[in-house]
Ligand binder design. Structure first.
Ligand code: SF4
Length: 173
């Protein structure tokens, strides 16, 4: 199914992880629903935040956040392998709430490492998220996908069979 052109938190995370992944996802080349990691993530959501009464909050029909706990937006992740993209996703939520007059901080909890990281929407991070949003729109407006580039992450990516089904394909190593 073709995704909307609007950029959301998950899109921003993909933008950091792999721009080609973002393009494929937004063009509706959907493999992510079959990914075990995403499945694990959704089960995680079902069992997370037992003491919080707000779960999976939809903001303006535009994006969903896991939970709000006082002054914090909470997100839970399996592991901290993708901390940079997790941070960008959180900054996107904080920025969107800020635009709607809500000043929040972010907490990302990593279940595997049993650690929690605080994310703040500083002035510098506002500029970072604005740049990332603009960059994500540039990617999704392309007519063709960004070139294939082998990343450490590729073997964990739901698009791996799509990108690497032909072993003899040229790619940027
Ligand atoms: S398999 Fe690698 S190159 Fe292809 S979309 Fe996923 S991360 Fe990007």
């Amino acid at each position: 199914m073709l995704q909307t052109r609007t950029v959301g938190g998950v899109d921003l995370a993909y933008y950091i992880v792999c721009k080609r992944k973002l393009w494929l996802y937004k063009k509706g080349i959907g493999m992510e629903s079959e990914s075990d990691r995403v499945l694990e993530g959704s089960i995680l959501h079902e069992t997370s935040y037992p003491r919080l009464n707000k779960k999976e909050i939809l903001i303006d029909g535009a994006f969903k956040i896991d939970a709000i706990d006082g002054e914090y937006v909470r997100e839970i992740k399996l592991s901290s392998k993708m901390q940079e993209s997790d941070k960008m996703q959180m900054l996107f939520y904080l920025y969107q709430l800020f635009l709607r007059g809500m000043k929040k901080k972010g907490l990302i909890s990593y279940t595997k490492e049993k650690k929690t990281v605080e994310v703040l929407l500083t002035e510098e991070n506002k500029r970072n998220i604005q740049r990332a949003i603009a960059g994500a729109y540039q990617i999704i407006d392309r007519d063709t996908p960004p070139p294939l580039k082998k990343l450490n992450y590729c073997k964990s990516c739901a698009y791996y069979p799509f990108c690497f089904s032909r072993e003899d394909d040229d790619y940027d190593a």
